[in-house]
Design a protein around this ligand. Structure first.
Ligand SMILES: NC(=O)c1ccc[n+]([C@@H]2O[C@H](COP(=O)([O-])OP(=O)(O)OC[C@H]3O[C@@H](n4cnc5c(N)ncnc54)[C@H](O)[C@@H]3O)[C@@H](O)[C@H]2O)c1
Ligand SMILES: O=c1ccn([C@@H]2O[C@H](COP(=O)(O)OP(=O)(O)O[C@H]3O[C@H](CO)[C@@H](O)[C@H](O)[C@H]3O)[C@@H](O)[C@H]2O)c(=O)[nH]1
Length: 357
């Protein structure tokens, strides 16, 4: 909805339908953003090798190409208006054990993708960067000008790609935005009622993220949640993170596509600026699900900073972004609705997947 200077609404702004390539669009965040692009009237092609994604996660209405970003040269042509690049290996622990896999896929794959975009004359890019590029934070609220000192190969590969994109913008006029997500959670439903319509959410296998793991306890598929360390210098001793609803994240991607300017690389944090401890998250899951959720205190997990909370002032200012689902309970409610639908679907046909429609 656009608004005139005196605050009078002038109705929805006319949006020219565009055509986008979404790499990694069968995965969690990519599928939600692809669904938002389709809902906004754009044409979407998903390029995904299904290494961690699911065919059923690709939204209806999107063209699907099963393939690797390393072969993007065979897929891209000048009919595309831009690329949203989610495809990556993204497990911090795995990256420590197998860094080579991360450099090859995340950096090697993106070199090929950037070359393919240049050859095809596709000059607009939005890239999934991460809070992991910062490493141990030096500020209470992390800003984009803070030092970047990743503590894992995963974060290092994402930072390397950010640097590559900056070079591509300067040398070849690419218009690009890197969005540094903090902790993504929640799910997106296409229906008009809460939790209705097609559903796009998190189903990593194996799952490593806190909220879906706690929800597995509430579903009865996991006995207890391990709390990785309760001796951190935080109010309750457990790590504090900034949880952002995946649908708010998707809104920022659509805004970033429009905000990107030729030859410039915009880098923006995406978070709510509110920190919640691991124990606060577990307590919220108890309230939302009504399940007692037993917890076990476990040793610290290597590489976890005590506190990681975003300043997203830049995204608010430069993208005009306003998160609309900042309440942790609302984020957990949507993740819970998705988890129950997935669990029901898996129970019914014995396998995971599907949009749960
Ligand atoms: N989920 C989070 O909390 C989070 C936080 C910060 C950044 N990110 C970044 O956001 C992006 C999406 O994360 P996600 O949680 O949706 O992960 P995901 O694993 O669900 O999705 C990644 C997708 O990329 C595909 N893929 C991987 N390598 C590919 C290749 N070479 N060619 C084609 N497809 C390939 C996978 O099959 C998968 O569908 C990633 O780049 C990740 O690093 C995620
Ligand atoms: O079973 C579990 C799982 C997690 N945690 C803790 O919960 C917090 C959140 O962990 P997790 O959900 O795994 O997210 P992060 O490790 O914070 O990493 C996510 O958020 C980062 C940005 O903040 C991104 O860079 C990463 O890609 C993304 O995985 C951390 O303190 C973990 O130690 C537990 O205590 N028990």
């Amino acid at each position: 909805m656009s608004t005139t200077g005196n605050g009078t609404s002038t109705g929805p702004a006319a949006v020219r339908p565009r055509k986008y390539l979404v790499t990694g669009g069968a995965g969690y965040v990519g599928s939600v953003v692809a669904a938002h692009l389709l809902e906004a009237g754009h044409a979407v092609t998903v390029l995904d090798d299904l290494s961690t994604g699911f065919r059923a996660g690709v939204p209806e209405g999107a063209e699907f190409i099963e393939g690797r970003i390393q072969e993007a040269g065979r897929r891209l042509d000048s009919s595309y208006d831009g690329v949203l690049h989610f495809a990556a290996c993204s497990q911090v622990g795995e990256s420590v054990a197998d860094p080579d896999k991360y450099w090859r896929n995340n950096v090697g794959g993106t070199i090929e993708l950037l070359g393919a975009m240049r050859d095809a004359g596709v000059r607009r890019l939005v890239f999934s960067s991460t809070a992991a590029t910062y490493g141990e934070p030096v500020s209470e609220l992390v800003t984009e000008t803070d030092p970047t000192a990743p503590t894992s190969p995963y974060g290092a590969t994402k930072l390397a790609v950010d640097h590559m994109i900056t070079g591509e913008c300067r040398a070849h006029g690419l218009a690009a935005a890197s969005l540094r997500y903090f902790n993504v959670a929640g799910a997106h439903f296409t229906g008009t009622e809460p939790g209705s319509g097609a559903a796009y959410g998190e189903r990593h296998d194996p799952e490593s993220h806190l909220i879906p793991l706690v929800l597995q306890v509430a579903l009865g598929t996991r006995e207890a949640i391990s709390v990785y360390g309760d001796d951190y210098p935080t109010p309750d001793g457990t790590c504090v993170r900034d949880y952002i609803h995946v649908a708010d994240l998707a809104d920022a991607h659509l805004l970033a596509l429009d905000a990107a300017v030729e030859s410039e690389h915009l880098i923006c944090n995406l978070g709510n600026g509110n920190g919640f401890s691991v124990r606060e998250v577990i307590e919220t899951v108890r309230k939302v699900t009504g399940h007692p959720v037993p917890e076990i205190t476990a040793p610290r997990r290597g590489g976890d900073p005590a506190v990681l909370v975003a300043s997203a002032d830049r995204a608010r200012r430069l993208l005009g972004w306003t998160p609309r689902r900042a309440d942790l309970a609302e984020i957990v409610e949507d993740a819970w609705a998705f988890a129950r639908r997935e669990h029901g679907a898996a129970g019914a046909d014995g396998k995971q997947g599907g949009t749960g429609e």
